[in-house]
Design a protein around this ligand. Structure first.
Ligand code: TRP
Length: 338
C-alpha cells in the first residue's frame, strides 16, 4: 500500500475551505492508501510562539473535525507533529539543500507574510516553514500529498529537496506527488480569495445551524445588484461559488444562475430572484450537508478520552514510521556512527 501524508495547522476549527480543498479527498483515499495526517502544531508555532496554549485545545478540536467528517482512525493515523522530533531533525538536514532565494520566491509564503503584516518582525521559523513541511512529507515516506492548490509551491520545494538529496546521497527518499482537489480554492464569505480564520470569513464545520444561516445571510454577493432587479453576476459571486461546491441539486443551481443573470421583476414588481432567496437555499443546502457531521461531533465531544486515545495511537504509529525513515537518512548521509 502506498502512503499519504497531509496535515493542518491546529490554530482553529476546520472550515468549508478545508472540507472542499482536502478533507473530502482524504475520506475518499483512506481505503486505498496508508494515511498519516499531521496535526502540525510545530508549524502553527511559527506564527503563534506567543500563544502556544491555543494549540492544545485546537488539536482536540481538529481531531473532532477529522473524526466527524468520516476519517477512520483505523485507516488514518492522526499524528501530533511536536511528538515526532525526527521531523525537526530532518528539517535541519534539509536546510542545507535549499537556497534562501528559493524560499523567498514561494508565492504562498509571500502572500501570507504580506497578509500577516510581519514587516521587520518576520520570524525565521515562519520563513522556513516550507522546508519543515518538506520534512513532514518525507519523514513518513509519503507517495501522495492531497492538499489545496495553495500548497503547490510547498510540494514543489519538497520534490526539489528530495531530488537533490537522492542525487547527493543515493536513492533514499520517496519523491512525493501532489494531489489537488477538483474544486479550486473556496473564497471567504466576504468574497476575498481565501477562507481563512485570521481574516474571519469562514464557515466552520462545527458551526451550528443558526450560525451557518447568519453567516450565509451576511455574505458578499454582486455589489452592483442594489434592488435585486438588475441582471446579476454569477461569476466571482461567492454565494454561487458555494452553491457550486456544496449544493447537490445541480438543476436548481443552474436555474438560480439563469434567473440571477437575467434579473427583472415579477408581476408584483418584486425582483424575480432576490439575493435573499439564493442565500436561503444555500444555507439549507449547507445545513443539510453539515447535519450528520454535527451529530457525530456531538457524540465524540462526550467521549474526550476516546479522542485522545485516537491521537495517542496515531502518533505512535507515525513515530515508528519516521524513526525508520531517519535510520535510512542517517545511513545514506554517512552520519550514522554507532
Ligand atoms: N501548510 C499546511 C496548511 O497550512 C499544513 C501542513 C503542514 C501540511 N504540514 C503539511 C500539508 C504537510 C500537507 C503536508 O494547510
Amino acid at each position: 500500500m502506498k502512503t499519504i501524508l497531509t496535515g493542518d495547522r491546529p490554530t482553529g476549527r476546520l472550515h468549508l475551505g478545508h472540507y472542499i480543498g482536502s478533507l473530502q479527498n482524504r475520506v475518499k483515499l483512506q481505503d486505498e492508501y496508508e494515511t498519516f495526517i499531521l496535526l502540525a502544531d510545530v508549524q502553527a508555532l511559527t506564527d503563534n510562539a506567543h500563544q502556544p496554549e491555543i494549540l492544545r485545545d485546537n488539536i482536540f478540536q481538529v481531531a473532532l473535525d477529522y473524526l466527524s467528517v468520516g476519517l477512520d482512525p483505523d485507516k488514518c493515523a492522526f499524528v501530533i507533529q511536536s511528538c515526532i522530533p525526527e521531523i525537526a531533525e530532518l528539517t535541519v538536514l534539509f536546510m542545507n539543500l535549499v537556497t534562501v532565494a528559493h524560499v523567498e520566491k514561494n508565492p504562498t509564503v509571500k502572500s501570507e507574510i504580506a497578509q500577516k503584516g510581519f514587516g521587520e518582525s518576520l520570524p525565521l521559523g515562519f520563513f522556513c516553514y516550507p522546508v519543515s513541511q518538506a520534512a513532514d512529507i518525507t519523514a513518513f515516506g509519503a507517495h501522495l500529498v492531497p492538499v489545496g492548490n495553495d500548497q503547490a509551491p510547498m510540494i514543489e520545494l519538497c520534490r526539489d529537496i528530495v531530488e537533490r538529496f537522492n542525487r547527493l546521497y543515493g536513492d533514499t527518499l520517496v519523491l512525493p506527488e501532489a494531489m489537488y482537489a477538483q474544486f479550486g480554492r473556496l473564497p471567504g464569505t466576504d468574497g476575498s480569495a481565501k477562507m481563512s480564520k485570521s481574516i474571519g470569513n469562514t464557515i466552520n464545520l462545527s458551526d451550528d445551524e443558526k450560525t451557518v444561516s447568519q453567516k450565509v445571510m451576511s455574505m458578499f454577493t454582486d455589489p452592483n445588484r442594489v434592488t435585486g432587479k438588475e441582471p446579476g453576476n454569477v461569476e466571482n459571486n461567492p454565494v454561487f461559488t458555494y452553491h457550486d461546491a456544496f449544493n447537490p441539486n445541480r438543476e436548481r443551481v443552474a436555474q438560480l444562475k439563469e434567473l440571477y443573470r437575467k434579473g427583472g421583476e415579477n408581476e408584483k414588481g418584486k425582483p424575480m430572484l432576490g439575493d435573499v432567496t439564493v442565500k436561503r437555499e444555500l444555507a439549507t443546502a449547507l445545513n443539510e450537508m453539515l447535519g450528520p457531521i454535527r451529530e457525530r461531533r456531538a457524540q465524540l465531544e462526550a467521549t474526550p478520552d476516546f479522542v485522545w486515545d485516537v491521537l495517542r495511537d496515531g502518533t505512535s504509529r507515525g513515530k515508528k514510521r519516521a524513526e525508520d525513515v531517519m535510520v535510512r537518512v542517517r545511513e545514506s548521509m554517512k552520519i550514522a556512527y554507532f
